[in-house]
Design a protein around this ligand. Structure first.
Ligand code: CP
Length: 356
């Protein structure tokens, strides 16, 4: 089908799912970021970008959201399409075969095939309580949707990956450092009283190593990320250069850093499959021992005029102090949030096209 009047990137990845940045090559991620910059420029200039007229995006949120929901919804509208919000409790909750409850749930295999006949992409968010705190179950739900869907499935964050956040983050990094290879990127644990998934730090270290950065993962003992992700990062280093190291020392990690990303995640040893049962109280008690893992100006001063990053929502006074997150000298926080709109519009433009 002709792509008359539209940029060449529209439909360039027609029909593909977007579940994990590491499913894509560095070249493909760079293509997405280039498209996102074109869309950002047009948005800022008020130029129309009617690239997906009449297309429908189904958005299924098992968890709450500010940035993801509103940037997807605004984004598809700005592309000429329409977003349809689905709350799992207002449909028969789409469920894996092992969790079915008659007339309250519906199999993902069926939901996915029905929605495939109505629209042009399905975007899903599921982690934490919605995935029963069994790490990997949220990702399994999204993979199950993708298995049965004949339209693209987009991962709006599960319990393993948050790929659109990673795209927005790499866009923010490459706005500051157009050649990120060799820049020191620290992904660090920071304390929160809440229980947060592993998705953001795991996607951050994946995309950092995919772009040849010197990635340092810093966390207290007990906050190890998943082995399969660590192994994927090591493979990225072999393929793309740069380095990947792990430390238990936040101060040491910050020294000379170009970008720091201090945020909370949960100690996985309290949750299946790494524990025999879900122990949220144990996890909360354990992480309360690390309240000194907080990003302060004193820590930022150890960096190489480093930039502060966080996916949002940041827990002020726990993960970071106001003097860092609100200081433009350090903070990329609002640029990262803004970029969500543009990277998602880029991916939607590239995948939500049939019969190209
Ligand atoms: N970063 C992010 O995904 O934000 P929301 O939880 O607000 O969507």
């Amino acid at each position: 089908m002709a792509n008359r009047g539209k940029p060449a990137y529209v439909g360039k990845m027609a029909g593909r799912h977007f579940l994990n940045t590491n499913d894509f090559s560095q070249r493909e991620i760079s293509d997405i970021l280039r498209a996102a910059r074109d869309l950002r420029e047009k948005f800022r200039r008020g130029r129309p970008t009617n690239y997906l007229p009449g297309k429908t995006l189904f958005m299924l949120f098992y968890n709450r959201s500010l940035r993801t929901r509103n940037s997807f919804e605004a984004g598809i509208y700005q592309l000429g399409g329409h977003a349809h919000f689905l709350s799992p409790s207002d449909v028969y909750t789409p469920t894996l075969p092992e969790d079915m409850i008659p007339y309250q749930t519906e199999s993902i295999a069926d939901v996915s095939r029905v929605l495939s006949r109505y629209g042009d992409a399905v975007a899903i968010r599921i982690y934490g309580d919605a995935a029963k705190w069994h790490i990997g179950r949220g990702h399994k739900v999204i993979r199950e949707f993708a298995r049965w869907s004949s339209i693209p499935v987009l991962n709006m964050e599960d319990d393993i990956y948050h790929p659109f956040q990673a795209l927005a983050d790499m866009m923010a990094i490459t706005d500051v450092a157009p050649k990120p290879q060799g820049k020191k990127f620290v992904v660090s644990y920071a304390y929160s009283g809440g229980l947060k998934p592993l998705a953001v730090p795991q996607s951050c270290i994946l995309i950092g190593t995919q772009f040849g950065m010197d990635v340092v993962l810093a966390h207290p003992p007990g906050f190890e990320l998943e082995d399969h992700v660590i192994e994927a990062c090591r493979r990225n280093v072999e393929q793309y250069g740069g380095s990947f190291t792990i430390t238990n020392n936040m101060r040491e990690a910050f020294e000379g850093a170009d970008f720091v990303y201090p945020k909370a995640w949960s100690p996985k040893k309290f949750f299946p499959p790494y524990n025999s049962a879900v122990d949220k109280e144990g996890a909360a008690r354990y992480q309360d021992g690390f309240k000194d893992w907080i990003c302060t100006p004193e820590l930022m001063d150890l960096t190489n005029r480093g930039r502060y990053m966080h996916c949002g929502p940041a827990d002020r006074g726990q993960e970071v102090v106001d003097e860092v997150i609100d200081n433009d000298r350090y903070s990329l926080y609002f640029q990262q949030a803004e970029n969500r709109l543009h990277v998602q519009k880029a991916v939607m433009s590239m995948v939500m096209v049939r019969g190209r």
